[in-house]
Design a protein around this ligand. Sequence first.
Ligand SMILES: [Ca+2]
Ligand SMILES: [Ca+2]
Length: 402
Amino acid sequence: MNNKIRFLAMVVLSIGMVFLYKCRKDDEMQPASSNNSGIINPGDDNIKGKYIVIFKDDAFPDFKGILDYEQRRALMFDAVKKYLINKNIPGIFPERVYHTVMKGFAARLNVMQFEMLQKNPEISFIEEDKIISLEPLIISSIDIPRAQTKPYGITRVGTGNGTGKTAWIIDTGIQLTHPDLNVDVPNSKSFLLSGTNSRSPNDENGHGTHVSGTIAAKNNTVGVIGVAANAKVAAVRVLDKNGSGTVSGVINGVDYVASKGKSGDAANMSLGGAVSASLDTAVARASRKGIFFAIAAGNSSANANNYSPARVNGKNIYTVSAMDNNDRWASFSNYGNPPVDFCAPGVNILSTWIGGKYMTISGTSMAAPHAAGVLLLTNGHPNTNGTVKNDPDGNPDPVVHL
Ligand SMILES: [Ca+2]
Ligand SMILES: [Ca+2]
């Protein structure tokens, strides 16, 4: 009882912080959806003065043969600094560099710097950075199962042994010590640039831990079981404890997964926002390494084509809508084929939570990881089982299945 009240208080606090931040950003508060959790903060969330600068592919050497991520990163930082000196553009301090899916950097630019950069033939495009944030989580309940229970979504899509497989969770981090998760701590990394504990990939929100449990919670005697039970989950932390991050940071995470991941791995992206050409490109290119991407369609009851990265299509890229335990369409779910490939359970989903706990929440954020688990176990050849009822686009999405 006390635990429950404390948790709800934390969530209310967290919602308040997200909205405070949003109000400062764009002076226009978006209404909270009444029945969803998870992703997507649509609308104009540009971060004034901050840009993502993408070079043409042949503008820099490829660092071929240099496999170490940190070494590649250091070389790219040097290359960008040298480029800016050679072009005689002063005062730009790159905050991030991209070197695997594409060559580029993120930095604050004034008008003069923007114009000087843009006229150079090596530049492919420059895009304003944007805020990406989770919608407030609507908490159904907190549960601490004593004996292991199989959540209905796992029963619906199937479960198998994921031992030896790896899923990259591009999200709020993962509770590194959760007893029901097999976290790949050495390969977990944070891409947050500021804030307390920003360097740690440990989850301070709960969302990424929840996603992880649906994909890969251990088949043991406690808690829940995931689709690809016992698979490793690596935290790629791009959203902070309030569920807020930037497109430039998410691209950093995708670039990292492309650098460290291998063919047959899965990456889960239960996040999104306004259309971003650079984020779309990053996901499309990372998928070409044979990494399977499961992407939440979004929770705006809108066409998924208007959101990134949900709108990205391609081999190894799967956008996932949400349904309930009776295969009925979740009213909050985004729709549209393409880009939506599958529907999966996303209403009242029980999974792992921070503090070694378990939580029941809803959102397309909860649907995508069901697909990620299936992609891991089928090596990218998912099956389907029936279709969702009442799909609003009139083209019923097939339900993903082992
Ligand atoms: Ca378990
Ligand atoms: Ca559809």
